[in-house]
Design a protein around this ligand. Structure first.
Ligand code: GLA
Length: 383
């Protein structure tokens, strides 16, 4: 028997920058997806989800195309299998088992990336593919593009696969350079879920991406071929040329260019546990996502204000794609209980949705362990 685990993630800052070649700073959290499986002697993939009380089954030697699959979690599993076996040039080994999860879905904590990552590390081990985590992350992203229809960036898969314990993961999405940034031990991460569900696969995410591409095209016409992503537009160039860009691309670009600068400033602020600076940067990020990127909503705004007014709050902002879901707050560890009480009360006055607060620790990226002698001796078969 083998167990593969992969964490969800919360992003501290750097939102909607990852598909613009920019910077991000996510944290893998101790809310995870676990796959408990036995390898099979054939090529069937049979998985039962405890959370959903639902079983999926398909043939790994003839993986169905996305259009042949119903919507839902089967797409992530089949998508990863397809990308890995395409890469390996052979069908993957069959597996049979159970998916268990402590990671809420639909809150913007990347449950889909966690499921992809768990499948990826599992088959990487079972089939001895020896792919490094960076490569697995890129293949998981391809799975999401082609099987879930979301043209996502690379942040979530990197966070789930490459994070280090007690640290945030700085990622330059252009070069794929990563660096663990230790979190101040006196602060704790609280995920403040608004209770308002969001659907990332909705057209809005892909539409924002297209608007950024529009901005890149217009900047290139003004500044030349060296502009291949919004990452290439400096804050100085932005202040001169943004007024010439058409709306809404202009507002979207203003967010992305400002957000990249905020991530870099945040690294220093986090390293020195500079409360005032962390707060200012998180607030500026939220305001920019609300006003320029237009991905906030009444519930996210209400949650941010409820958190900011609660005791011990260092900073708070919406996290993930937006359009509902959760906020992230950094909170003084010794005040976390009164923080939650106060933010919960304040949010309930402002919203009809029921909030949920998760106190999170930063964990390491996805891993696999073997359990029991059968597998360790290499003689595991399906029963
Ligand atoms: C989703 C995507 C990520 C990223 C965020 C927004 O989580 O999967 O790639 O774009 O939205 O920052």
């Amino acid at each position: 028997m083998m167990v593969a685990r992969a964490p969800g993630r919360v992003n501290l800052i750097g939102e909607h920058t990852d598909y613009n070649d920019g910077y991000v700073l996510p944290v893998a959290i101790d809310r995870e997806i676990h796959l408990y499986v036995q390898p099979r002697s054939d090529h069937r993939c049979i998985l039962y989800s405890e959370t959903l009380d639902e079983q999926i089954e398909f043939d790994l030697s003839q993986i169905p195309s996305p259009s042949e699959l119903p919507k839902g979690w089967i797409r992530y599993v089949a998508g990863v299998a397809q990308m890995l076996s395409q890469h390996a040039g052979r069908p993957l080994t069959g597996i049979e088992g159970v998916v268990a999860s402590t990671l809420p879905t639909g809150s913007g904590l990347s449950s889909s990336a966690a499921l992809e990552s768990a499948c990826a590390v599992l088959w990487n081990t079972v089939d001895d593919l020896q792919l490094p985590p960076t490569q697995l992350a890129l293949l998981c992203q391809q799975a999401e593009w082609h099987y879930a229809g979301v043209h996502c960036g690379i942040m979530d898969q990197f966070a789930s696969l490459l994070s280090q314990p007690q640290s945030a993961l700085f990622l330059d999405t252009r070069t794929l350079y990563t660096e663990p940034i230790p979190l101040p031990s006196e602060w704790v991460i609280v995920v403040a879920d608004t209770g308002k569900p969001r659907t990332l696969a909705g057209s809005e995410y892909n539409e924002r991406r297209a608007q950024c591409e529009q901005a890149v095209g217009e900047f290139r016409a003004l500044l030349g071929e060296e502009i291949s992503a919004l990452r290439d537009v400096s804050p100085e160039q932005a202040s001169l040329y943004l007024p010439l860009i058409s709306e809404p691309a202009r507002a979207r670009a203003r967010h992305v260019i400002g957000e990249n600068a905020r991530v870099l400033a945040f690294l220093d602020a986090l390293r020195s546990a500079d409360k005032a600076q962390v707060r200012a940067l998180m607030l500026a990020s939220h305001a920019s996502l609300r006003d320029d990127y237009a991905v906030s909503c009444a519930e996210l705004d209400a949650m941010v204000s409820a958190c900011l007014n609660a005791p011990g709050c260092v900073g708070a902002r919406l996290t993930g794609a937006g359009f509902g879901g959760a906020c992230v707050a950094l909170v003084a560890r010794e005040q976390v209980e009164s923080f939650i009480q106060s933010a919960d009360r304040a949010y309930r006055v402002l919203s009809e949705y029921t909030p949920q607060f998760l106190v999170c620790e930063a964990v390491g990226g996805a891993s696999v362990a073997t359990v029991g002698e059968e597998w360790a001796s290499g003689s595991a078969e399906s029963d």
